[in-house]
Design a protein around this ligand. Structure first.
Ligand code: ADP
Ligand code: MG
Ligand code: MG
Length: 524
């Protein structure tokens, strides 16, 4: 689907007084409502917070494309659940050269392979976020807008709670200032802001995982990073679980778990010590990772041992190691190869993950709808496609981004930096019979968001706004509870959205789409 490229003039004009008042109102609203981050180098326990980076106005996004992205989410959920259940596929794609040249993915795949036969918990919980950018393309000779997928996150997909708070803040600003001082009433109607409650819906997904475990005294374990600044986004999920569902959450880092988590050798139940001496241990129903997705989360083999211990337990993992592997950028690239999507959505051997098994209700038009959200993806191996990619990456680098198998932002190589980077990789020594270093990457065509939209951006902790040309990345959350048997309790639904408005940062090669890092340096 594509729509006309006509976007409104944005943002509406403000007097200096109105502008100053909006900054005041938004910052104080953010601080009062926990739309916040910890400041850098905060003390522990913290004694202050700063407003999360925000835009003074909501950024317009074509409604039809927004609705299309939401409508695709259950199909994406089913697709990624099926990938996580397809061991042969994961072995072929992640156990191939990627596991040899990317140490982190290699550890993850080998660790999973070692333990997968002995796993006792077959239910898996996915909290996903599928990310898109608007893309300008020619359709029948006319410029049109479409959505193109940036990536699909299967681990630690964050900002659900802050996104809900951001929507509430913009709604408040409209009301508090009389439709933004009535500057542009035809543009800024309350009904134009979508109802969006990812905090509520993600918490309900975690609660459904907890219920599937069926132990009323058990807790949900959040595995978190030391020094995390995006804690309020996580805490809101905890409060929602406790207040709405009566479920207790325990937060632990990998290093804390290394010395405290134990598994009962017979039942494989996972236990943590209780905070009160003499009280029974805490049994863990669900392990929710907001860490474990980046090499720095595993400074030594101790953290990998802890990951494996948790994986072998009877707790429901969000995500399992298999589901984390499924979210690799290499998988996204292989999905774009001919016939692979058909295999997962239409093949006979599909497990039932909410759409019926075998020849269930998904059709060729679902396949096409998903594929219409993709942009060119190539492997960087020695296949024919890989050779084509190598040529394109060197000769037409301005059209591409080179991506390693990393998460968390700030790892990609853009445009004219690509040939230099490839040269550097080629100069690194490779042992006889081993794949080349470049095979740890994929090549992706650049998505080209429309020009001409601006917004006022306020960085966390600053009292000034800067007007910037912006690009908005739409994330659609999904919740998926599944296992290979396709039992009736399988949950598969969308869970709200995130619209991350970022400044276009320019570099020598033109406009580099802002790495998501500026939104919150170091936050995923
Ligand atoms: P990560 O898992 O680290 O978030 P992403 O694939 O999301 O990696 O890339 C980080 C950022 O790079 C995105 O948020 C987006 O701004 C930009 N980006 C990634 N792929 C593309 C692309 N194909 N075209 C344009 N920008 C992209
Ligand atoms: Mg990611
Ligand atoms: Mg991303």
């Amino acid at each position: 689907m594509s729509v006309s490229t006509k976007l409104p003039e944005w943002p509406p004009a403000l007097t200096p007084e109105q502008h100053a008042e909006l900054i005041q109102l938004s910052s104080t609203y953010a601080l009062s409502h926990g739309f916040t981050l910890l400041p850098p180098n905060s003390s522990n326990p913290p004694t202050s917070a700063i407003p999360a980076p925000l835009s003074l106005f909501p950024t317009p996004f074509p409604r039809k494309l927004y609705e299309l992205a939401i409508s695709l989410q259950p199909i994406y959920n089913a697709l990624y659940a099926r990938i996580a259940l397809d061991w042969e596929f994961l072995d072929r794609v992640m156990g191939g050269s990627v596991s040899k040249v990317d140490e982190f993915q290699g550890e993850l795949w080998r660790g999973w392979k070692r333990v997968r036969e002995e796993l006792v918990q077959h239910k898996q919980l996915g909290i996903f976020r599928s990310d898109y950018l608007l893309h300008e393309e020619k359709d029948d000779g006319k410029e049109q807008l479409a959505i193109k997928q940036v990536e699909f996150n299967t681990i630690a997909a964050s900002f659900g709670a802050l996104s809900q708070r951001a929507g509430e803040m913009h709604r408040y600003l409209q009301r508090a200032t009389g439709l933004y001082y009535n500057v542009s009433p035809h543009l800024l109607k309350l009904r134009d802001l979508p109802q969006n409650e990812p905090l509520k819906r993600l918490a309900s997904g975690l609660a459904e995982g907890w219920e599937a475990y069926s132990e009323s005294e058990a807790v949900v374990l959040f595995v978190v990073q030391e020094g995390e600044r995006n804690v309020f986004d996580q805490r809101w999920l905890e409060y929602e679980l406790l207040e709405r569902y009566g479920i207790n959450v325990v937060r632990r880092t990998f290093s804390e778990l290394a010395s405290s988590a134990v598994i009962n050798p017979t039942t494989k139940k996972l236990y943590l010590p209780s905070a009160e001496p003499g009280r029974p241990q805490l049994e863990v129903a669900v392990i929710y990772y907001r860490a474990a997705y980046t090499p720095t989360d595993y400074p030594s083999s101790v953290e990998w041992d802890t990951r494996i211990l948790l994986e072998k337990s009877n707790a429901i993992k969000c995500p399992s190691m298999a589901l984390q592997l499924a979210g690799a950028k290499k998988i996204q690239q292989v999905l774009a190869e001919p016939g692979v999507l058909e295999h997962f959505l239409l093949g006979d051997s599909r497990p039932d993950v909410g759409f019926g098994a075998g020849a269930g209700s998904l059709t060729q038009s679902d396949v096409e709808a998903l594929r219409s959200t993709w942009i060119g993806l190539w492997p960087m191996d020695d296949s024919e496609l890989g050779k084509e990619a190598f040529k394109l990456a060197n000769e037409e680098s301005a059209r591409f981004v080179l991506k390693p198998q990393r998460e968390g932002g700030g790892n990609n190589i853009y445009r004219q930096d690509i040939p230099v980077h490839l040269k550097q990789l080629a100069s690194e020594p490779v042992a006889q019979g081993e794949p080349e270093k470049k095979e740890a990457y994929i090549l992706m065509e650049l998505i080209e968001p429309p020009q001409g939209l601006s917004n006022w951006l306020v960085r966390g902790g600053e009292s000034k706004a800067r007007k910037a040309d912006v690009v908005s990345e739409l994330g659609v959350y999904g919740v998926m509870l599944f296992d290979a048997s396709g039992e009736k309790q399988s949950v598969n639904r969308g869970a709200g959205t995130l619209l991350r408005t970022k400044g276009r940062e320019s570099d020598e090669g033109g406009v580099a789409i802002g790495e998501s890092r500026w939104f919150c340096k170091g936050c995923k």
